[in-house]
Design a protein. Structure first.
Length: 228
């Protein structure tokens, strides 16, 4: 086919760990395409427990980025794709509860939620510490086939280097007591509870700090057509 610059465009869709995506590509020359992609995904997660805290929340994923697809062997599908995420709102937001009479721990200290005034709060996990973020993928399949034809089924794998996840949590109401249900304190204002909460959050942050990238495994279908 005639692969003159900006002569063909393609549109496609697929799925990846970033969500359902829509993509558009245009050829720059025989070896390169410019590609834009947007992803969106929402999902409810319930009854997640950690240290006796019960989490009910929602995954809210929304990203947009672009990449330069380089095909060292134009008549074959292999490509390398440096790029970036220029919009990243990937996050998890959750309500935190502890039922009355049940135990939970913060920084190794065990508390019991008051039967008459159970614990409530909120928390969040951010997957967008570095925004914009560099991405790098490799794959097979050209959205604009160099051998002609309209349909393609591209696949790619790689990572977006979004930085270490951010974690926050607040206990906003309720009372924490000892094992006998005595010596109760308000979790939102008690200095000892708040200090242990911050120490526990730091442990969580240390646990996730090595995970500074988000996996990209994308596959889908695309249709191309001639512009001129």
């Amino acid at each position: 086919m005639n692969n003159g610059p900006l002569s063909h465009v393609a549109f496609g869709g697929g799925v990846s760990p970033l969500g359902v995506n829509l993509q558009a590509a245009i050829n720059l020359n025989r070896y390169m395409n410019f590609r834009g992609v947007g992803n969106v995904f929402n999902y409810s997660v319930n009854n997640i427990k950690t240290n006796g805290l019960n989490l009910n929340g929602k995954l809210n994923f929304a990203t947009a980025g672009a990449s330069l697809d380089f095909y060292p062997f134009p008549n074959h599908g292999f490509r390398l794709s440096p790029g970036g995420l220029f919009y990243n709102q990937n996050a998890v937001n959750a309500d935190v509860t502890v039922s009355g009479g049940t135990s939970f721990s913060l920084n190794g200290v065990t508390y019991y939620a008051s039967s008459s005034d159970p614990i409530k709060g909120n928390g969040g996990l951010g997957l967008n510490a570095r925004n914009p973020a560099f991405s790098m993928t490799a794959g097979w399949g050209n959205m604009i086939p160099r051998r002609g034809g309209h349909w393609s089924f591209p696949f790619e794998i790689g990572a977006a280097f979004v930085g270490a996840p951010s974690i926050n949590m607040a206990l906003t109401s309720g009372q924490a007591c000892d094992a006998q249900g005595q010596n109760c304190v308000y979790v939102a204002t008690d200095p000892s509870v708040q200090a242990n909460l911050q120490a526990q959050l730091q442990k969580y942050k240390n646990d996730v700090s090595p995970f500074q990238y988000y996996p990209v495994v994308n596959f889908g279908a695309a249709y191309s057509f001639r512009l001129r």
